[in-house]
Ligand binder design. Structure first.
Ligand code: NAD
Length: 341
């Protein structure tokens, strides 16, 4: 029995989730919903995804553009076993009543508030908590990146305190409306940034402070992380631990990947779809343990794709069709995870 998945919103995250779901042997895409007949709508049809109009009043616009529709979004929600809402921030909240009306469990993205949902989700950290949830939020790209790292360290050593500075990309490559242009912003200028409290939706008792900045870059976010560990260890042991995590890619020193540009180039050369980097990319040389319990490292987070495998796992977690280990392995294998391994 395959899981029938509907995807509402077919932009940066939605189109990637659609491809990732289609790649899973235990899932199928019922269809995708879009508001406008733009190039992504054309691509959805070209890729044989049944296309549904997200706004019924705009059906005529699709007809005029010569783009064939399979129906309207409510039909998609009705026909799906689960819906992944990948609409812009705040629209997921507006869509919640529709999912409730058809009794279709829904996954939302990090742009929605934590209090919209029953559970905030990260596969490595709290997979089992999502089972049976009606409304689940796959946390943001930055929170996903921090949670994966913290989960591995917490399990092995315990964590006393996390301090992280997030140097955030100003916008995605296609987001022509975003700045800043030639500027560097403390963003938010107040401390802590919202990321720390968001990580607390996954690790409620964790002591974490985050600071945010925005820079005129589009390729990835970059985190400077300091973790105070409970148990003592050393640099080599932590490095081996992180290398053993399937969604952490510890960049080997010899690769000469000195920043986000070369990281993306490497992903493209490796044949990754859209040059996606689903894993946290941690610079191996940056992993440093000082005084036995202070860990420092730099990691790059590919904002457009790190939440994609998490959405796939959240589908199995909510429907209870696999446990954490099984689901992560299946997702990884179907996507072709494992840069440089
Ligand atoms: P996006 O703007 O690239 O895509 C959103 C899509 O939804 C577009 O195709 C848009 O036309 C469509 N849409 C707009 N209103 C709609 C409606 N009422 N019904 C159905 N579709 C509608 O946005 P995105 O970057 O994919 O972000 C989606 C969500 O994922 C947000 O919550 C965001 O915070 C989160 N997220 C984004 C990133 C990122 O870096 N891009 C990373 C992690 C999480």
């Amino acid at each position: 029995m395959t899981i029938e998945v509907g995807i509402n919103g077919y932009g940066t995250i939605g189109k990637r989730v659609a491809d990732a779901v289609r790649a899973q042997p235990d899932m199928e895409v019922v269809g995708v919903a879009k508001t406008r007949p733009n190039f992504e709508a054309e691509q959805a049809v070209a890729n044989d995804f049944p296309l549904y109009a997200a706004v019924p009043e705009r059906v005529g616009q699709f007809d005029e553009a010569g783009i064939e529709l399979a129906g309207e979004v409510e039909e998609l929600v009705q026909d799906s076993e689960i819906v992944v809402d990948t609409t812009p921030s705040g629209i997921g909240a507006e869509n919640k009543a529709m999912y409730q009306e058809y009794d279709t469990p829904a996954l939302y993205q990090g742009g929605e508030d934590a209090d919209l949902v029953d559970v905030s989700f990260n596969a490595r950290s709290n997979f089992a908590e999502a089972e049976g949830a009606g409304h689940t939020r796959v946390v943001s790209c930055n929170t996903t990146g921090l949670s994966r790292l913290i989960a591995a360290l917490e399990d092995e050593y315990g964590v006393e305190k996390v301090r992280a500075t997030l140097v955030r990309r100003g916008g995605d490559p296609a987001q022509s409306s975003r700045g800043p242009i030639n500027d560097t912003l403390p963003d938010p200028v107040t401390i802590p940034s919202h990321h720390g409290p968001d990580v607390n939706t996954i690790f409620p008792d964790l002591d974490i402070d985050t600071l945010g900045m925005k820079v005129p870059a589009t390729l990835t976010h970059t985190h400077s992380v300091n973790v105070e560990l409970t148990d003592e260890t050393d640099t080599e042991t932590v490095r081996e631990l992180l290398e053993g995590e399937s969604r952490l890619f510890v960049i080997p020193d010899h690769m000469g990947i000195d920043g986000s540009g070369k990281l993306k180039e490497f992903a493209l050369d490796s044949g990754r779809p859209r040059g996606d980097v689903w894993e946290n990319a941690i610079w191996g040389e940056s992993i440093t343990v000082e005084g036995g319990d202070e860990l420092y490292l730099f990691q790059a987070i590919h904002q457009e794709s790190d939440v994609v495998p998490e959405n796939v796992d959240a589908i199995r977690a909510v429907l209870g069709t696999a446990d954490r280990r099984e689901s992560i392995e299946r997702t990884n294998e179907a996507l072709g995870m494992g840069l440089g391994r």
